[in-house]
Each structure stands twice: as C-alpha cells, then as structure tokens.
Design a binder for this molecule. Structure first.
Ligand code: PNS
Length: 161
C-alpha cells in the first residue's frame, strides 16, 4: 500500500523551509503531493503557474514528490490523489490557532484524513514566504533561504523586468 500525504499551501514562493518539510514527510510516507492553491482571497506575488514551476524546480526530480495546482476543497483534492494525510508545518505558537482550526474543519469534512504537523529544521524556523518576499522587495539577500531559481524569479519580479 502506498502511503500518500498532501502538503498544501500557497507557496508564494516555495522556500527552503517548505522543502525541508517535504523531505521530513518522506521519512514516513511513500509519496508527497505538494498542492499549490490558487490562493483564495490573497493576491499572490507569483501566478499559480509560476508557483508550481518554482516548486517543481526546487524539489527536483524525485519520483516520490509531485507538485500539482489545486482549487476547491483540500479534502476533495486529497481524495482525488489517494492521500490519507495532510502535512502542515508548525513554526510558532502563533501558527497554532489557525492550523488547529483548519485541521478540525478538515476532519469534520473527511474523518479519515489525518493532519500531521511537522516542525521545521531549527535554522529555518524563522522563515516564511512573506518575509522572503519582503526582504527581496527591498533588495535584501535571500539566496540561503530559497532555491537559486526562486531567488532569480524574485529579483526579476522586483526589478519590473
Ligand atoms: O500556505 P497557506 O496559504 O497558509 O495554505 C492555506 C491552505 C491552502 C492550506 C488552505 O487555505 C486550504 O486548505 N485551502 C483550500 C480550501 C479548503 O479546503 N478550505 C477548508 C480548509 S479548513
């Protein structure tokens, strides 16, 4: 039996923190489907196509990892890819309330899908896509925080090219 987990998010853009979480997930599941949301109410910096492409480049060629766009309910997406787990990262206490609420709502919608929270690597705990965007917007160096292709895409976005 293949154990599949879905790792959902807006990935705007994918960071080394997200990458770390995918690799940690692969320790206990056979397949991780990274589900890139259309981002609902938020206005993302990168288009859905760009976010998917950057995630694919960052995560590289690994048959155990898939990156897919998704719209609609997460639990329905999980069903469509045969996943029984949702992976989410927990960095701070401030993440907890939102994550707990989502986990309970997802359980209400689909009782057989479990949400698994993973703690990122110590040196990536402070990292968030929004901070990466902000630092990059003002010309700061994000090269250790994201894959080189993401750093390049951020620089291009903010140069207006
Ligand atoms: O990285 P984010 O933006 O915090 O991810 C939020 C995400 C995509 C996991 C969440 O918004 C989501 O699951 N959206 C899909 C719609 C849905 O199923 N909503 C009910 C979940 S409580």
């Amino acid at each position: 039996m293949t154990r599949t987990a879905v790792y959902p998010g807006s990935f705007d853009p994918i960071t080394r923190g997200h990458e770390d979480l995918v690799r940690r997930g692969l320790v206990f599941v056979d397949r991780v489907v990274v589900a890139v949301t259309t981002a609902g109410g938020k206005a993302p910096l990168f288009t859905l196509e760009e976010r998917v492409a950057l995630a694919r480049t960052t995560l590289g060629e690994d048959p155990r990892i898939e990156v897919r766009p998704f719209d609609g309910l997460l639990v329905e997406f999980c069903d469509s890819v045969g996943a029984t787990m949702i992976l989410r990262g927990l960095r701070y206490v401030s993440d907890f309330e939102y994550e707990y609420q989502m986990a309970l709502m997802n359980r209400k919608l689909a009782a057989t899908i479990e949400t698994i929270f993973l703690v990122p690597a110590f040196d990536l705990t402070f990292l968030s896509a929004s901070l990466v965007r902000e630092v990059s917007r003002f010309g700061g160096d994000v090269s250790t925080l994201v894959h080189p292709s993401v750093a390049k895409a951020l620089a291009k976005k903010f140069s207006g090219a």
